[in-house]
Design a protein around this ligand. Structure first.
Ligand code: ZN
Length: 340
């Protein structure tokens, strides 16, 4: 057993003792079917009362061991349009952005990038994901990614999203002020000092108000800068900003959790969720890997999925019914154009 698994076991045991609640069928709007097949996600949906999932490839960069983009699951997803929506670009658009400096984008690259983005939408994608201007490596084999959020290709993507009523699902590890890397994230890939990145993110949000940006992993951020208060400030300033909520999922390194250890809802988060109930969806970051050979971060992350689902059910049961309805499914049906 390596130290990663040692870290995982304690919280897994604690949450597995909590009896599963039974929420109204909900949507999980951030799911990674790494194995391509949708058999395992379908079976899980049945058991867990999940009415639909939004599928997407993880945000990838050149030089890492790549998984694919949306092509691996698109035909299976299209067979069940009410149960699956999908986003693309994590395995194609995201590496294109990270491969070029902000001042190195020429007309030919813009053209190639836009053509790929339009192809994803033409194939039935509800938007682009998982994209990432800043992504900490959580494990060996997991990438560190850093590009300005207002990189010209992110701005171009916002324009294309706005033009088509599509969304951008954005993994963005917020650095509100310069910080040293927490020791638990010291892999070879992460820098030891993290530079502030909020201003570029706000410029991306302001660039085209027609682009709906869904900031992924509210309630489980690695650096602790994504607080309920900063969420309120940004949601107030940026009407096109949405957030998808990831429960802690038993990952003890995550901060700003919505469910406290005793299973209650953090009051500061509850206030933001109630004030901006139209702007949140659930996004469990569930990885499905059945049949995938070998090892890798995705296979390790897939172990969190059952805990994530249990916590999603508990979370929904703690919200006022009208807030649970919006966050649980209504917002997601609207944002990802899922059939009712
Ligand atoms: Zn992510």
């Amino acid at each position: 057993m390596n130290w990663h698994f040692a870290l995982l076991l304690v919280p897994v045991v604690a949450w597995s003792q909590t009896p599963p609640a039974a929420p109204a069928p909900y949507v999980d709007a951030h799911v990674h079917p790494l194995a391509g097949s949708l058999q395992e996600p379908s079976a899980v949906m049945q058991q867990a009362g999940i009415r639909a999932m939004v599928l997407m490839p993880p945000p990838q960069v050149s030089g890492m061991r790549r998984v694919s983009d949306y092509e691996s699951f698109v035909s299976a997803a299209r067979e069940q349009p009410g149960r699956f929506a999908f986003l693309g670009g994590g395995g194609s658009l995201n590496p294109m952005i990270h491969d070029v400096a902000a001042d190195g984008v020429d007309a030919a690259l813009r053209e190639r990038f836009a053509a790929r983005a339009r192809k994803i939408l033409a194939d039935g994608g509800a938007g682009f994901g998982e994209m990432s201007p800043h992504h900490l490596a959580a494990r060996p084999g997991h990438p560190y990614e850093s590009a300005p959020a207002d990189h010209p290709l992110f701005l171009l993507l916002a324009d294309i999203a706005a033009e088509h009523g599509a969304v951008i699902d954005l993994h963005f590890d917020l650095v509100a002020k310069e910080a040293t890397l927490p020791a638990v994230f010291s892999t070879a890939l992460n820098p030891s000092v993290l530079r502030p990145n909020l201003e570029g993110f706000e410029r991306l949000l302001a660039h085209n108000r027609g682009a709906r940006i869904i900031w992924a992993h509210a309630g489980a951020d690695p650096l602790g800068h994504w607080t309920p208060q900063i969420s309120r400030d940004l949601l107030s300033r940026h009407p096109n900003l949405h957030m998808s909520i990831r429960m802690g999922g038993g990952q003890s390194r995550m901060q700003n959790l919505m469910l406290s250890r005793d299973g209650s809802l953090e009051p500061a988060w509850r206030a933001v969720l109630e004030e901006f109930a139209e702007r949140f969806v659930l996004g469990g970051d569930q990885f499905f890997v059945a049949g995938l050979p070998g090892t890798g971060p995705g296979i390790e992350f897939s172990r969190f999925a059952p805990i994530q689902r249990r916590q999603q059910a508990i979370f929904l049961s703690l919200l006022a019914p009208e807030v649970a309805r919006k966050i649980g499914h209504e917002n997601a049906l609207r944002l990802y154009k899922l059939k009712h």
